[in-house]
Design a protein around this ligand. Structure first.
Ligand code: F1P
Length: 579
């Protein structure tokens, strides 16, 4: 078995059998397939049982107890949630939600988040910072300075990020203060076992130490196996949703002292919301159709929302850059109030550049004058109707859709919605919460359940739109950005999958593509992965080019010309091979 292919792959990097034909499905078909895939979060995949099972419930109860101990004395403790990319963004969202929760109860906020690449990474991909364990440990040390009791939840969906490995390792050597929790979605033995630059351990080595710590209650590994992602390796999707569910459940269970039975009921509520979302098959499919048309015709998609809804939009948009090699302008999100409502570590960073201008006012100033008929506006929440300049939008002839939330199925939409091409009407009955939650917990939980509903819809929209744009082959995004160690190795796996070439040949073709050279120099060949990643920055279509090089034995220039004539990589590959 070749080194890079499926059999030896961790679950999060495998291809999901349910989605093999997602690239040729209709928008309606895409929604159905995504639902089948998301069901695995709750129902399990192969021999694994999903999240609502005894092993996971036991661990959630134990970790929640540790968090509760910290919450007893918030001034001397902290709950730190940390991660890279999507995982770091979800860490930020969770910390923000539960600090507000504590504040509204007159308590001191003590949730903290760390994201590799700092706050710029909340909105734009800064993946290289993910590969540095020492940086991770330093960021953690700074965050918990002066604290005497800390729970550190390190999120890395693939059990792979060196940044998080460094932090867990730090915790394991500061056990008097720190209780580490590793959150991810591979079985422990599938943790990444690849050398980490300037470090003497692999991620797997750290997991083994964590396993020992877990035996004495000094650490926890929370790693339900929920099956591969719908788009191979796209951990923003199922893994991201499950990260949200687990982080929120752990936090609310600690704050409200929930029993194991209540925690199980909360998981069931998330599952019910997932079902309600995908009941909107037709309207979701219509939005996907519009979104696909926009991207295909060079238009843009703009998500506009308040508070957590707006943030979900911004996060979904930012993920499309590394996932689909999209331009930052293709899909953007804006939130009412911008930085004034964010509560982020670095405050207002709008002066960092145009992509950090994130408020509705910024949208009206920077984007609205340029909106045209190819663009799609997605209002998240009916309240947005009164917050945007609908008249100007309507006169620009852009397409508009609105997502609404109905607390139960008996209410119907009253406001005039005739301006909208599609209304996604997310009906859900939250009354089960009455039996378990205090008033404050209920308000928070409803909002969180609505936010995850937004996540499912937007992930479907942006994924579907890129599929319709021709970015996905079978269920694989082949034009992946080679922007960190994990993605470098994923790139090698993709080149091998579609070319069938040997490990060495794939590696060489990747270097040829990165360095735009038929014979990379000795210095280039022997450079570190980090150097290759730096060199790949800004180089277009690195992986498709490498596949074609491996398949066709053409020169870099010839491949470049082929790609200029036929930009849709799928069609080019189909010419070379039967995929
Ligand atoms: C972290 C991450 C992903 C991102 C991309 C690169 O992954 O930044 O969020 O989408 O895949 O890696 P992980 O550490 O959570 O596995």
């Amino acid at each position: 078995m070749a080194r890079f292919v499926q059999g030896g792959q961790p679950v999060t990097e495998q291809s999901n059998e349910l989605t093999t034909d997602i690239d040729t499905a209709s928008p309606r078909g895409i929604v159905k397939i995504l639902h089948a895939c998301d069901k695995e979060i709750f129902k399990g995949w192969k021999d694994s049982k999903g999240i609502n099972n005894d092993v996971i419930l036991d661990k959630v109860v134990k970790i929640a107890l540790k968090i509760k101990e910290v919450l007893k004395d918030p001034s001397s403790g902290a709950v730190v949630i940390t991660g890279c990319g999507t995982s770091g963004r979800l860490a930020f969202l969770t910390a923000r939600t539960f600090n507000r929760y504590l504040t509204s109860r007159g308590k001191e906020p003590c949730f903290q988040y760390i994201i590799s690449g700092e706050d710029k990474a909340l909105f734009t991909s800064q993946e290289l910072a993910e590969d540095d364990p020492i940086f991770g440990a330093q960021a953690l040390e700074k965050t918990i300075q002066g604290k005497s009791k800390v729970v550190v939840i390190g999120v890395t969906c693939g059990l792979s990020a060196p940044f998080v490995a460094g932090q867990l390792d730090y915790c394991l050597s500061h056990r008097d203060v720190c209780t580490p929790v590793l959150l991810g979605f591979n079985p422990s033995h599938m943790a990444r076992n690849i050398d980490i630059q300037n470090w003497n351990k692999t991620f797997l080595d750290v997991v083994k130490q964590m396993e020992k710590a877990e035996k004495s209650g000094a650490g926890f590994i929370l790693n339900p196996v929920i099956g591969p992602e719908p788009i191979t390796g796209s951990s923003r999707m199922k893994s991201g949703s499950t990260t949200r569910i687990l982080l929120e459940t752990l936090s609310i269970a600690a704050l409200e002292d929930y029993s194991r039975a209540t925690i199980s009921l909360l998981f069931k509520m998330y599952e019910d919301v997932c079902t309600s979302v995908y009941k909107q098959t037709e309207s979701m499919a219509s939005v996907i159709q519009l979104a696909g048309e926009s991207l295909r015709s060079g238009g843009h998609i703009y998500y506009l929302g308040c508070d957590g809804f707006g943030l979900m939009g911004m996060i979904d948009a930012s993920e499309c850059v590394p996932t689909y090699g999209a331009s930052v302008d293709d899909i953007r999100g804006f939130v009412e109030g911008g930085f004034s409502v964010l509560c982020n570590n670095d405050g207002d960073i709008s002066n960092e550049g145009p992509y950090y201008r994130i408020s509705l006012k910024d949208f009206e100033k920077d984007i609205l004058p340029l909106i045209g008929h190819n663009d799609l506006i997605v209002l998240i929440g009916k309240e947005m109707i009164n917050k945007v300049d609908l008249a100007s939008l309507a006169s620009s002839q852009c397409k508009m859709v609105c997502m609404c939330f109905q607390p139960n199925s008996t209410l119907c939409v009253q406001e005039p919605l005739e301006n909208f091409a599609v209304v996604v009407d997310l009906k859900h009955d939250f009354s089960t919460l009455d039996t378990v939650a205090s008033d404050l917990a209920k308000v928070t939980m409803i909002r969180l359940l609505q936010e995850i509903a937004v996540k499912w819809v937007l992930n479907g929209v942006s994924t579907g739109a890129h599929i319709l744009k021709g970015k996905v082959l079978n269920n694989m995004m082949i034009d992946v950005k080679v922007s960190n160690n994990k993605l470098f190795h994923r790139a090698l796996g993709i080149i091998q999958k579609y070319s069938g070439a040997s490990d060495d040949e794939c590696h060489l073709c990747l270097l040829k593509s990165i360095y735009n050279s038929d014979s990379p120099s000795e210095a280039q060949r022997s450079a570190s992965i980090e150097d290759h990643i730096k060199a790949a920055f800004g180089v277009e279509k690195v992986v498709p080019k490498a596949i074609l090089l491996a398949l066709s034995k053409s020169t870099v220039d010839q491949v470049r010309q082929m790609m200029e004539k036929q930009p849709i990589v799928r069609k080019l590959l189909m010419r070379q091979t039967q995929v």
